[in-house]
Design a protein around this ligand. Structure first.
Ligand SMILES: [Zn+2]
Length: 280
């Protein structure tokens, strides 16, 4: 009897210890969980206190890695305050510069004779877009070289098939063959028909203005400043002005010419825009 009573006491004590142990264990677990949530909540900064479910969500929030690469300087796009003159009486207007108050200049690069990958890379590195007046004579051995320029947002325009600097002495039909022929060639190779025309050597007459318009050209484009031999040359004054059209070439000194242009442009707080955006 005595031993049975003791046994029941032992059982009771054992059972109570088990219950106490479980209570203590659960309490400890709850406390650890609380500490863990508090630590997680402290890792985020929120304006409002978090509910437990929000904390759990916050805990699952992916960590954002912010790239430290420098952002490219975007070219500001200004609204044209003037427009290139329209075609009148079947004659393409002659454009030497634009009388704009916007801080823009227009870069044109001609012929296409000298070709290295550096040339496109330099334009890209400096966030420049240019109008390229190409002639078949200079590019026919590798027209594909210029597809990268077009893909980068530069526009390929018409500079005739054979770059005859005495084209003014030829007939209207011969001029049309040169200008329309190059327009077809560029459409075939670059998927866009040109809309601007530059006469070889810059020499033109009224017959050529008519031939250009007949071939779908919206303007006959000359220039007012040049980047040449590593320095700038101005027809008027000694610096670039808003609306100036600048002539450059694909030549071995491309890098020096482009740098001279960039320096001249930045010194006057100007940036490049595409001339095509200023058509009526
Ligand atoms: Zn030329």
């Amino acid at each position: 009897m005595k031993s049975r009573r003791y046994r029941s006491h032992y059982l009771l004590i054992g059972f109570m210890s088990l219950v106490a142990g479980m209570v203590l264990g659960l309490g400890l677990l709850a406390y650890i969980t609380y500490l863990s949530y508090t630590a997680h909540a402290a890792a985020y900064t929120f304006d409002e206190p978090l509910s437990f479910s929000q904390m759990i969500k916050a805990d699952k929030k992916p960590v954002k890695v912010i790239a430290t690469m420098p952002k490219p300087t975007p070219t500001p796009v200004v609204t044209p305050d003037v427009r290139i003159a329209p075609i009148v009486d079947g004659l393409a207007p002659i454009v030497t510069n634009l009388q704009t108050n916007q801080p823009v200049v227009f870069l044109t690069i001609d012929d296409g004779a000298h070709k290295t990958p550096d040339e496109l890379q330099m334009l890209k590195d400096n966030h420049l877009k240019a109008t390229l007046f190409l002639a078949r004579l200079f590019i026919d051995e590798d027209p594909g070289f210029f597809t990268g320029f077009a893909a980068a947002g530069n526009l390929i325009e018409d500079h005739t098939l054979n770059h005859n600097i005495n084209m003014v002495q030829t007939s209207h039909e011969q001029q049309k063959a040169e200008i329309c022929g190059m327009a077809d060639y560029e459409l075939q190779h670059y998927g866009r028909r040109p809309i601007l025309y530059r006469p070889p050597g810059g020499t033109y007459n009224q017959l050529m203005q008519r031939a250009a318009a007949d071939c779908g050209m919206k303007a006959l484009v000359t220039w007012i400043a040049k980047a040449n031999g590593g320095s700038m040359q101005y027809q008027i004054g000694d610096h670039l002005r808003p609306g100036d059209i600048v002539l450059m070439h694909f030549r071995p000194e491309f890098r020096q010419d482009l740098q001279a242009f960039i320096d001249a442009m930045k010194s006057q707080h100007l940036h490049t825009e595409l001339l095509e955006n200023w058509l009526p």
